[in-house]
Write a protein that binds this ligand. Structure first.
Ligand code: SF4
Length: 261
């Protein structure tokens, strides 16, 4: 199987760029899928997970993408501010944003000075003092908890879920607004006992405002082909309606606000 090597690079080595520039993959100006309201979405470059179902494999390489000045990002957001309305703002997604957490602290602080809401879409790969500093300037955390069983999580993503769970606990301890996300993948994340366990793990959290179920799809297939990488889930079907409804019913037992995307 041709597969990307796992780049388990020490996070400190990733902050070698000019601190005033963020390494990004792309920008979306009127996003409605990544956080509250209408948002400018910054997709950063680089991720240390290797999810079998990754829909954006072109964002994985930590050295690719392009550097963009944080000032420019702030100016763009300010120009768009009128469209954000009461709930919108800026979301940083990826790739994995936490790999550039120091720079994101700077970006989010500047956005807050402009009165712009900030949202972080993360896999929770890291949970250290720099992440905690970033959370001070973050309004909403969208956290992907890809599997509750660590062994399966490892097979699915290449890495442990321990930091992700620790980050969820930290968010709960500081009262940080959380949107939890769960990608429903046939044969990988549709086991009822583990969905139950996932629900039980977070049901008592006071910070969870919303849980999103994201059914697996094949829209990223062409990117794997373009990158000449073998896509491990190329034959995996989308979840059946029955499976989606079953997952929704389980999560509904544990959470008040579950959205099936
Ligand atoms: S965490 Fe996101 S960007 Fe990283 S490999 Fe998984 S799906 Fe892809």
């Amino acid at each position: 199987m041709l597969y990307l090597p796992l780049q388990d690079i020490e996070a400190s080595k990733l902050n070698i760029d000019d601190p005033e520039h963020l390494r990004i993959h792309s920008l979306e100006t009127f996003g409605t899928h990544d956080g509250p309201g209408i948002r400018m979405v910054i997709f950063v470059q680089g991720c240390q997970f290797r999810c079998l179902y990754c829909q954006n494999p072109d964002t994985l390489d930590v050295k690719a993408g392009e550097l963009i000045a944080i000032d420019e990002l702030v100016q763009r957001a300010v120009r768009q501010k009128a469209y954000f309305g009461k709930f919108g703002g800026v979301t940083v997604s990826g790739g994995e944003p936490l790999l550039q957490r120091s720079k994101l602290s700077t970006l989010f602080q500047r956005l807050h000075k402009e009165g712009i809401n900030t949202c972080l879409d993360t896999n929770g790969r890291l949970n250290d003092a720099l992440v905690h500093e970033l959370l001070v300037h973050t309004d909403v955390v969208m956290l992907d908890v890809k599997h509750i069983n660590d062994e399966i999580h490892h097979k699915l993503t290449g890495l442990t879920n321990k930091n992700t769970l620790a980050l969820a606990d930290y968010c709960e301890s500081i009262g940080k607004r959380l949107w939890l996300r769960y990608v429903l993948v046939p044969g990988w994340t549709d086991q009822e006992e583990y969905i139950e366990e996932w629900g039980q793990r977070f049901t008592n959290f006071k910070t969870v405002e919303r849980v999103e179920i994201i059914p697996f799809h094949q829209l990223g297939l062409h990117k794997w082909e373009l990158l000449k990488m073998e896509y491990p889930l190329k034959d995996t079907p989308t979840p059946t309606e029955e499976s989606k409804q079953k997952t929704l019913a389980i999560f509904n037992k544990y959470f008040d606000n579950v959205i099936l995307k």
